[in-house]
Design a protein around this ligand. Structure first.
Ligand SMILES: Nc1ncnc2c1ncn2[C@@H]1O[C@H](COP(=O)(O)OP(=O)(O)OP(=O)(O)O)[C@@H](O)[C@H]1O
Ligand SMILES: [Mg+2]
Length: 231
């Protein structure tokens, strides 16, 4: 089985901070794995996902994604790499306001020729995935700001999965959903990532969700820089 993520002795410090927020000895994630990363608020989950998606870079240590050492790439090359290989569902969605639903979901195709060439027709690919996520055609032309939060969340998922990226990273994507919609959403996310043969990294502070996953880690324990909330 091939490895999608290999992280060794990685430390990361936010600019203007005097101590690392992350210090992780090892993290290895195999192709096709669905990994749940749990941990209380502030333990560094989003900071870790930013490293894995090449938005930030480690102070030290080794980080390989899909056999590419990320530390060997410039910030611009990392942006390119992310557009080509990763689907990221951000905690705050990061949908583009004043673009409609379809325009948001087709955005990855403008940033990546590789991803565009994976589909026959970009518009059809967007529609198919939106339908799978139960976003109906009446919403397709709507400005994303005019959707409910749960609908925006599903549009963010569609944008992450369109064009079948090898690695899908999801930061608290169920926080705005009630428990019934949350379960449906998780099933769908698993189905889609299995169908597309994507590796999935799913982050939440809600440890109840770990029962859905074969593999899980607790970042509050794995992250040696995290000492718990200061009292
Ligand atoms: N952009 C930033 N600049 C400086 N410090 C930051 C930044 N983002 C986060 N931090 C700090 O890093 C630590 C970890 O934050 P992070 O956002 O990774 O936590 P989290 O586990 O994702 O929390 P939550 O569950 O609330 O989303 C916090 O102490 C936070 O103050
Ligand atoms: Mg977070």
């Amino acid at each position: 089985m091939s490895t999608v993520i290999e992280l060794n002795q990685v430390k990361f410090t936010w600019p203007r901070s005097d101590k690392p927020v992350l210090d992780i000895a090892e993290l290895v994630i195999d192709k096709g794995q669905h990994l749940f990363i749990q941990g209380e608020s502030g333990c560094g989950k989003t900071s870790l996902l930013n490293l894995l998606s090449g938005i930030t870079e480690p102070d030290s240590g080794n980080l390989r994604i899909l056999d590419q050492p990320l530390t060997a790439l410039s910030p611009h090359q990392r942006d390119r790499f992310r557009a080509d290989h990763l689907g990221v569902i951000f905690q705050q969605f990061n949908l583009l306001p004043y673009l409609n639903v379809i325009e948001n979901v087709t955005l990855p195709f403008y940033f990546s020729d590789r991803r565009r060439h994976k589909v026959k027709d970009t518009h059809d690919a967007a529609i198919n995935i939106l339908r799978e996520l139960e976003i109906t055609s009446g919403l397709f032309e709507k400005d994303v700001l005019d959707l409910s939060v749960g609908q925006q969340q599903r549009v963010a998922v569609a944008r992450a999965l369109v064009g079948n990226p090898e690695l899908v990273i999801a930061d608290e994507p169920t926080s705005a959903l009630d428990s019934k919609n949350r379960d449906t959403f998780l099933r769908l996310l698993f189905e889609l990532s299995t169908e597309h043969d994507s590796t999935l990294i799913f982050v939440s502070h809600d440890d109840h969700l770990s029962s859905f996953f074969e593999h899980s880690i607790n970042l509050a324990e794995t992250n040696r820089a995290y000492q718990g909330e200061a009292v």
